[in-house]
Design a protein around this ligand. Structure first.
Ligand code: PLP
Length: 385
């Protein structure tokens, strides 16, 4: 059975071009870039090239790029490294809809005496910037707000937020793990101080990420050890990963507009067909301010997990908004923050597309899903007779 992959916000296929670029670095060019000999030394220019490729996509200087192991590490390094650089400041502002890579870091910091403000979102998943303004004060060390939400695809007005935060002389970090490669960026023209991205979300490899640190930003290194990354992130470099990420960024930058148009066309076709053919279904998140590849739809009165299992039988991969914790299904914190009713939050499914999806896959899914919904509704204890 062919796999139809609509779970690209979870991870993406490594592009063939990326894999080709990485291959020689495993068994042929496997030296350590810090070594004195020529064999190791010849690797460093590959890392330099990757740094330039990432910087070109972000619109920044290569010296502002620090390679990390993943998006989670970049988020941790940004928040903890800032707090450590500004020990006199004890407040962090974030939002209720962040990925756990930010939210659980903040909640842990609360246990260590920091004041954490989690900004609310409205029913469309949008922020009230007046709430941010009211909370910014001299005690605030860092504001960390995601660029685009991984569950709903909702995009926040990050450049405007960064400007507001910078006006108060506070450090601004954005988790752009879902945005990079989908939203054109020019960091040289923005007030963003710190930005996280992850290789495996943009057709690069897993196990590599980036923390962009604007020149002059005070940040204590999160990892201590060797002097890699100009002393800003210790640990022998994941050379194949870094080289692969560089290539993935180059590819993303080349095709961003054409790919967004294609992916948005397919996403809209899928979304419209499902909303029309499935009664009691609703879109979660703002329709306009959204990533082109993501749709999050609730099918009322049924469990998302049951839908996923039945889709899986047809080879269709998507993801649900619930997380199985301690044997009970917890509805997503993002949908709860948006006030999505319990019966709808439980039945939410996220489809996230990529450049590799086709119209045939969309048509196949729109044919298979409505009968699944009908069947599950017949079995659901929540649907009135
Ligand atoms: N931030 C967001 C918004 C994400 O979607 C993810 C992964 O899903 C992460 C951070 C974590 O990235 P990584 O898997 O590279 O640690």
């Amino acid at each position: 059975m062919k796999t139809i992959y609509f779970d690209n916000n979870a991870t993406t296929k490594v592009a063939e071009e990326v894999l080709e670029e990485m291959k020689p670095l495993f068994c042929d060019l496997y030296g350590n870039p810090s070594s004195m000999h020529t064999f190791g030394g010849q690797i460093s220019h590959r890392i330099r090239k990757a740094r330039e490729q990432v910087a070109a996509l972000l619109g920044c200087d290569p010296s502002e790029i620090i390679f990390t192991s993943c998006g989670t590490e970049s988020d941790n390094a940004a928040i903890k490294g800032t707090l450590s650089a500004y020990p006199e400041k004890r407040k962090v502002i974030t939002t209720r809809v962040e990925h756990p890579a930010v939210l659980s870091v903040c909640r842990e910091l609360e246990n260590h005496g920091y004041t954490i403000v989690e900004l609310a979102v409205d029913k469309l998943g949008l922020l009230d910037l007046a709430e941010l303004e009211d909370n910014l004060d001299d005690d605030t060390a860092i504001v960390s707000i995601m660029y685009a939400n991984n569950e709903t695809g909702v995009v926040f007005p990050i450049n405007k937020i960064a400007e507001m935060v910078s006006d108060k002389n506070v450090i601004f970090h954005t988790d752009a793990v879902q945005a990079v490669g989908k939203i054109p960026l020019n960091l040289s023209k923005s007030n963003i101080d710190l930005l996280s991205l992850s290789g495996h979300k943009l057709h690069g490899p897993k196990g590599v990420g980036v923390l962009y640190v604007r020149k002059g930003t005070r940040l204590t290194p999160f990892m201590q050890g060797g002097h890699q990354e100009a002393g800003r992130r210790a640990g022998t470099e994941n050379v194949p990963g870094i080289v692969g990420l560089g290539k993935a960024c180059e590819l993303a930058g080349k095709n961003i507009e054409a790919e967004n148009n294609k992916v948005k066309y397919l996403r809209d076709k899928l979304e419209n067909a499902l909303l029309q053919s499935c009664p009691d279904s609703r879109l979660n998140g703002d329709k306009e301010n959204r990533l082109p590849n993501t749709t999050n739809i609730s099918f009322e009165f049924i469990e998302g997990e049951a839908i996923l299992l039945m889709l899986d039988k047809f080879g269709i991969c998507a993801s649900s908004g619930s997380a199985c914790t301690s044997g009970s299904l917890e509805p997503s914190h993002v949908l709860r923050a948006m006030g999505v009713p319990f019966t709808a939050a439980h039945g939410s499914i996220r489809f996230s597309l990529s450049r590799y999806n086709t119209e045939q896959e969309v048509d196949y899914t729109t044919e298979k899903l409505p009968p699944i919904i009908n069947r599950l509704r017949e079995l659901s204890p929540f649907v009135a007779e």
